[in-house]
Design a protein around this ligand. Structure first.
Ligand code: P1T
Length: 379
């Protein structure tokens, strides 16, 4: 089955009770048993729920994995992966990543004795210097949030395999429409399905997909034992969103390209971060591992000035100033004070998350309205 068919049919079958084409929202916590243990595969909705299972099967299908797991948020999904580790284990991760992920690593898991190395991975050969006998996991975000750095998944997977480490890839920005990390050798794919997978800014939901049964079993145990699941209504909405992922992504990419090129030529713009530019440091790797360049763009206005950046985001009218990304509507954000506020200023500035940086999630509106809005806000 091709990708554009999998988003609609992958892992799905009509509901067994009445043939409903869309999985019903099984809004139930528990299931009748004829005798203790005599059930139809569903005992209690923390462990399994048919609507969540439909979503999990769909996610596994579009990521070319064998097992999908859905969680109450992207961070809950990351939390479950980190729970595969124990005291003393070490993680090597990108130095640019979503602020909430950084906060989870440094404010929660460091307290449990897990050590993190935040490093530049744009050149995969940097990784090996940080590997020692305690290293267990490489955590990669690509494209990174918000600097749009690109990490070579295949090269990183080769290093991970050589040292018997797990490689997890946060595929939130790219989505499987553009990039399939499991095919490139990653062990775990993670999503904030709040974003492009859901696609309509109406849910908070996280996902993991894996190929390997042993890792899947451990993650299912953590999902059930820790309990950070998503409810049936949100599972339904994520599944509904997923069915149009390919058409939405196509337009996100078209509009993203037009916005990136417009900004790059604008006299009031200093620098645009978007992996589709030929002078992006890892443009060649981008073209190898992604099918297009996505709808996420960051930029700095001329003068590199905080007040100017705030004025621009406040003046936007079609773009909404808001956290999050990946919905049908265009959003603008100020990472330093919003999504990446939990990263100390000195740390974030080292990788380019300066106070004048603006991040855009380019939606699927008419491109003329988006460019006009940027023109008036920059003017
Ligand atoms: O918000 P949640 O569903 O818990 O997902 C966390 C998360 C994980 N990974 C990436 C790459 C993300 O971008 C996010 C959430 N990001 C935002 C809310 C944001 O505006 O960047």
């Amino acid at each position: 089955m091709k990708f554009n068919t999998k988003t609609i049919h992958g892992g799905q079958k009509p509901d067994e009770a009445y043939g409903a084409v869309m999985p019903p929202i099984y809004q139930t916590s528990t299931y009748a048993q004829s005798t203790p243990g005599g059930h139809k595969g569903f005992e209690y909705s923390r462990s399994q729920n048919p609507t969540r299972t439909a979503l999990e099967n769909g996610l596994a299908s579009i990521e070319n994995g064998n097992y999908g797991l859905a969680f109450g948020s992207g961070l809950a999904a990351i939390d479950a992966v980190l729970k595969l580790l124990k005291f003393g284990d070490e993680v090597i991760t990108t130095n640019d990543l979503y602020g909430g992920t950084y906060r989870l690593f440094t404010k929660i898991f460091e307290n449990y004795g897990v050590k993190f190395h935040f490093i530049g991975m744009e050149n995969a050969s940097n990784i090996e210097a940080y590997i020692n006998e305690n290293t267990k996991l490489i955590w990669v975000e690509t494209p990174t949030n918000p600097m749009m750095n690109i990490i070579d998944i295949e090269a990183t997977a080769i290093i991970a395999q050589k040292h018997l480490l797990m490689l997890a890839v946060d595929n939130t920005f790219a989505t499987p429409y553009l990039q399939r990390p499991l095919d490139l050798g990653a062990d775990i794919v993670m999503h904030s399905a709040t974003k492009y997978i859901g696609g309509h800014s109406d849910i908070v939901l996280g996902a993991l997909v894996v190929k390997d049964k042993e890792i899947a079993d451990k993650l299912y145990f953590i999902q059930k034992a820790s309990g950070a699941i998503c409810g049936p209504m949100d599972s339904f909405l994520a599944l509904r969103g997923m069915k149009t992922l390919h058409v939405r992504m196509q337009r996100h990419c078209e509009n993203g390209k037009a916005v990136a090129e417009y900004l790059a030529k604008h006299p009031k713009v200093e620098k645009v971060y978007w992996p589709g530019f030929e002078d992006h440091p890892n443009h060649d790797i981008t073209k190898q591992q992604m099918d297009d360049f996505g709808g996420m763009i960051s930029f700095v206005a001329k003068g590199n000035n905080y007040e100017e950046a705030i004025k621009i985001v406040e003046n936007l009218k079609v773009f909404t100033l808001a956290e999050s990304l990946g919905g049908v509507e265009s959003l603008a954000g100020h990472p330093a004070s919003m999504t990446h506020g939990s990263i100390p200023k000195a740390e974030r500035e080292k990788v380019g998350v300066v106070d004048s940086l603006i991040r855009l999630s380019v939606g699927i509106e008419d491109i003329d309205d988006l460019l006009e809005d940027l023109a008036q806000a920059l003017g």
